[in-house]
Design a protein. Structure first.
Ligand SMILES: [Zn+2]
Length: 644
């Protein structure tokens, strides 16, 4: 697919896929298509532009510089790379052990004096990670890592817990998570502890920077820490290496309990790090075996649309195919943009593929079909849907499904945590309300107007169960934490973190209102807060926000909140403008700046703190302007030294 692209388009396609995968939890490309895209790029243009780590530090959490870089292994891909090469590599590294390669989030546990740990992500280039504010409860507290070593492991979610979590999310009207790998990152990279963090597992396998054998690392981890340690197998002979690796991989795949995306192959020699050294990016004392995941061919018979809280998501109904012992009849399409990108129509013969996802995705159209896929109206209310960035939304505030989804959202664990309030119950509440109170248009706050008697009239409820739900609603509406209250407003753009950010900064709704009322430029003031963008600032200063607050305050009381401001780094909020040609890709420097809490500015003004320019003595217009307004001129090398 990359042959027809220009260099810029090709690079942009890779970055888009990075963003979809790491930031949006919404991957459009299959893993091997992504790998192929990168491989083709490197073949044509070299690896320099790709010298960044996708999903690097985001600037939201405290940074931590790894004393030894957290390295990644080079890959050997079955069906792409030469099999003789694999045998040769194994011979060099002999004796060799193999371990599962988990498809999760890499986290290093740095021990404190009391054996409690600081848990840090891999981050930018494996050098600067983020300190996770929350971790799996089992491993929080003292005495967990008494080894004295930093221990590297992988956080992942089991197939079973993934299904359980998604069931709960859907029962509350939330969208299920699509990808097991992203579940770990998505749950841990939140300021506020998600109730699902404890569904995650952590398994360890390495002591970063220590030149010990895999067996020694395993021994230290299992006897001096509370962490689980990965399984391991020694290979019998270099000549049967590929067979042995594949048998090991197949056995793990067959168990189908943990997400793996390959096999780690490591030298069991003493001092192997010193002996084999490093390439530019990878240690040479091991590599990762990757298998292309299997593909299946089927025919698309229909496309149905499932309504989430706002978004309509397309799902393809396909002719049944057997995959991993299960009959598959649905394939995920993610959004309307993907339908367009694939050129999909009903009747099309397609290739589908299943990685570590519950429902497989369509990766390619082999033969076009005959019927165009259309969606003009909301499947619930019949109003036209609005397309924003390739996604379809129902923006009708009177849409029954939307109201029901909001009710279930407010009841979910992350918001008011109302025990026993499912999406089905929410739908019944909306239907009952419309039947009984035709004159009063329902909104999600009808939830708080239901009495036990009213609930008892809903289908499937008896006096006792109605009483119980009524009591949970009443209890959940008292002394609500401020971040949860803000989330419960059900306003677009006021998502997971905004409530927490506002609460930490202002401490109360009254304070938020007052500060907004008194600010000369309230939107600009709000945007100076890290994590608040222009759309959110606009929403917070709108009538819609104050009306939603008033409405919810009639039903819900807020508990006092202790505000706290996060300590800011030296470069937090500083504005950097980059200009001219530089030794490394621009994106590399931008990521460094953002990781340090700084911002990239587009043009030089009195608000610019630094102009990054190769020749600091340049007489270009930008450089002159910078000197005029007192902006400091620094070279990219100085920038690196400053921020790394
Ligand atoms: Zn609708």
């Amino acid at each position: 697919m990359s042959q027809d692209l220009t260099r810029e388009e090709h690079l942009a396609a890779i970055k888009k896929a990075d963003r979809e995968y790491y930031e949006l939890d919404d991957p459009v490309l299959a893993d091997e298509e992504y790998d192929a895209l990168r491989r083709d790029y490197i073949d044509k243009y070299g690896a320099e532009d790709l010298n960044y780590v996708p999903g690097g530090a985001t600037g939201d959490f405290d940074k931590f510089t790894h004393p030894s870089p957290v390295t990644s292994l080079s890959k050997w891909t079955k069906g792409v790379d030469d099999e003789a090469d694999l045998v040769k590599k194994v011979e060099e590294l002999w004796p060799v052990v193999i371990q599962p390669k988990f498809d999760g989030l890499t986290v290093v546990a740095y021990p404190n004096a009391d054996g409690s740990c600081r848990f840090v992500t891999r981050g930018l280039g494996g050098r600067i990670g983020e300190v996770l504010p929350n971790f799996i409860r089992e491993y929080e507290g003292p005495g967990v890592n008494k080894s004295g070593y930093a221990v590297r492991g992988e956080v992942y979610i089991t197939q079973e817990n993934f299904a359980k979590m998604n069931e709960e999310l859907m029962a509350h009207g939330d969208e299920p998570m699509k990808n097991m790998r992203n579940a770990a990152a998505g749950l841990l990279r939140r300021k506020e502890r998600s109730p699902y963090v404890d569904y995650l597992s952590y398994v360890c396998y390495e002591l970063p920077g220590e030149d010990v054998t895999p067996q020694e690392a395993r021994q230290i981890i299992s006897s001096h820490t509370e962490f689980k340690v990965t399984s391991m197998q020694e290979l019998a002979s270099p000549n049967s290496a590929l067979e042995e690796i594949e048998a090991y991989y197949d056995a793990l795949k067959l168990q189908n309990t943990i997400p793996i995306d390959g096999i780690v192959v490591k030298s069991g020699q003493r001092n192997s790090l010193e002996k084999f050294g490093f390439t530019a990016h990878h240690p040479r004392n091991g590599f990762a075996y990757k298998a292309l995941s299997e593909k299946f061919v089927t025919v698309v018979r229909d496309v149905i649309w499932q309504m989430g809280r706002r978004k309509a998501t397309p799902v393809a109904i396909v002719d049944p195919v057997e995959i991993d012992g299960a009959t598959v009849t649905r394939a995920s399409l993610h959004n309307a943009a993907m339908i367009k990108e694939l050129g999909l129509s009903i009747g099309a013969t397609v290739e589908i593929h299943k990685a570590n996802e519950i429902i497989p995705q369509i990766t390619k159209v082999l033969e076009p079909g005959d019927t165009e896929i259309t969606l003009a109206v909301c499947p619930s209310c019949g109003e036209p849907l609005e397309e924003i960035n390739g996604q379809q939304f129902c923006n009708n505030p009177a849409c029954d499904e939307r109201i029901a989804q909001d009710i279930a959202f407010v009841g979910s664990k992350d918001v008011l945590n109302i025990d026993g309030l499912s999406i089905e119950t929410a739908r019944k509440m909306v239907a009952y309300w419309k039947e009984q109170y035709a004159a009063v248009k329902p909104t999600y706050t009808i939830l708080f107007s239901f009495t036990a008697e009213m609930l008892a009239k809903l289908e499937g409820f008896a006096e006792k169960s109605a009483e119980k739900l009524y009591n949970s609603i009443t209890a959940a509406s008292q002394d609500v934490e401020l971040p949860r209250f803000i989330k419960a407003l059900c306003l677009p753009g006021i998502g997971t973190d905004v409530g927490k950010i506002l609460a930490d900064r202002f401490g109360s709704i009254e304070e938020i209102n007052q500060v907004i009322a008194e600010a000369e430029e309230p939107q600009a003031m709000l945007q100076e807060i890290n994590g608040i963008g222009p759309k959110t600032a606009e929403m917070l200063t709108s009538n819609k926000f104050s009306m939603a607050v008033n409405m919810l305050q009639r039903h819900v009381t807020i508990a006092p909140y202790a505000k706290q401001e996060a300590p800011a780094g030296e470069y937090a909020g500083k504005v950097f403008v980059l200009t001219g040609k530089m030794a490394k890709p621009r994106s590399f420097y931008v990521e460094l700046i953002e990781a340090a809490g700084g911002k990239e500015g587009k043009s030089v003004s009195s608000k610019t703190d630094y102009l990054v320019i190769q020749d600091v003595n340049s007489t270009s217009a930008k450089a002159k302007k910078a000197r005029e307004v007192g902006t400091q001129l620094i070279s990219p090398e100085e920038l690196e030294n400053m921020l790394l």
